[in-house]
Design a protein around this ligand. Structure first.
Ligand code: SF4
Length: 368
């Protein structure tokens, strides 16, 4: 096995090669060269768990709706969730609101200009604190996101799984040792860009790589194996049956109060079962919607196709049942539910799997 010799590789030399690479490649993004901590923070939170192409329109809509921290701090939760709809991980939006309100009332709307101060804010972990500290305040903190993890793991041949605490610590220390103290923001941006554009997860551009003579992964045939990832345990399947009770142009929804990732979002009345297959007769005798189901038209439509969403620990399998009602239900039968007329459903923030269904329905039938 051919080993790389990074021990004799001064950080200055690595940085110089990285800078040379950066001069040839430009990756225009609206938050690049940004110094406003608020905009940097919004972009960083949106881009957690989200690809740049997907996050970009969200960033633009978010900044248009809330151009500064005070605008966000005074926004109703409903409006923030609606703008976030489709991004998933709604705890990020909740924490952003908490953070904005805290800064608006306790810190005159300003972000702290120290890494430790940033780290103490709601929803800000080591990664976001380092990004804000280096991009907004030019403080010497290395940003190690998934792209940077890959670059470091491959060039330095890190065999510790990158998704474990010890792997993260090792990669953070390595990233910090390479940081350019004079220009931490541009250095961090270059590292992230190099991972996103050149040392990509699949088919990295090794033939034109400035580090090909040093890269452990390339020299040792480990490009496909690095970074090492600890295998996660199998995800739990869950089976949801959403009931779309409809009378004339009204549909009934409810707001979730359960303390899970969908808290405060809206959904159709839901039955969770042990299987995705459920006969109509079985559905009709399920609690807790007996009162409403008693109004169901006998000629129900078959359920929708199965929609699947993979979350970090579970896989959701969902079916949607349209349940036309023969007569308008009274308040007793719809307690805890909200009647929404026609296109009004668009105003509510739903979990992503429901939005997929609604988007398909409005495209094909223009029902919603
Ligand atoms: S040689 Fe290939 S694997 Fe190594 S850093 Fe360059 S692009 Fe990445």
């Amino acid at each position: 096995m051919q080993q790389a010799t990074q021990g004799a590789w001064p950080p200055e030399e690595f940085r110089l090669q990285l800078q040379q690479w950066r001069r040839q490649v430009e990756r225009p993004l609206p938050w690049k060269e940004e110094k406003d901590p608020y905009r940097i923070w919004v972009s960083e939170i949106i881009l957690q768990q989200t690809r740049v192409e997907q996050g970009l329109p969200y960033f633009q809509r978010f900044i248009a709706a809330f151009p500064d921290l005070f605008a966000l701090a005074s926004a109703p939760e409903e409006q923030v969730f609606k703008l976030w709809e489709g991004l998933g991980y709604y705890s990020r939006a909740r924490n952003m609101l908490r953070c904005a309100r805290f800064l608006a009332t306790e810190n005159a709307g300003r972000f702290p200009d120290s890494y430790e101060g940033l780290l103490a804010l709601p929803g800000i972990g080591p990664y976001t604190a380092a990004a804000l500290a280096s991009f907004a305040f030019a403080l010497p903190h290395a940003v190690v996101d998934g792209n940077v993890e890959r670059v470091l793991s491959r060039i330095w041949g890190i065999q510790t799984p990158a998704n474990t605490a010890s792997g993260k610590k090792q990669l953070q220390e390595l990233g910090q040792s390479l940081l350019d103290p004079q220009a931490p923001g541009p250095h961090n941006q270059s590292m992230m860009d190099f991972g996103a554009l050149h040392c990509t997860p699949r088919r990295p551009l090794c033939l034109s790589c400035p580090f090909q003579e040093r890269c452990h992964a390339l020299l040792n045939g480990q490009v496909d194996r690095l970074p090492v990832k600890w295998k996660k345990t199998a995800k739990t399947p869950r089976f949801f049956h959403y009931l779309l009770f409809r009378f004339q142009d009204q549909t009934w929804i409810r707001q979730r109060t359960e303390k899970d990732i969908w808290i405060q979002l809206y959904e159709f009345p839901l039955l969770e079962t042990r299987s995705v297959d459920l006969a109509q007769e079985a559905l009709l005798c399920q609690a807790p919607f007996q009162e409403l189901l008693a109004h169901a038209h006998p000629q129900m439509l078959p359920p929708s196709k199965i929609y699947r969403q993979s979350l970090s620990h579970q896989i959701i399998h969902a079916r949607f049942w349209e349940v036309p009602l023969r007569s308008e239900p009274g308040p007793d039968q719809t307690s805890g539910l909200i009647a929404v007329p026609g296109a009004g459903l668009r105003q509510y923030a739903f979990p992503r799997i429901i939005r997929w269904y609604l988007d398909e329905k409005s495209l094909s039938l223009d029902l919603f």
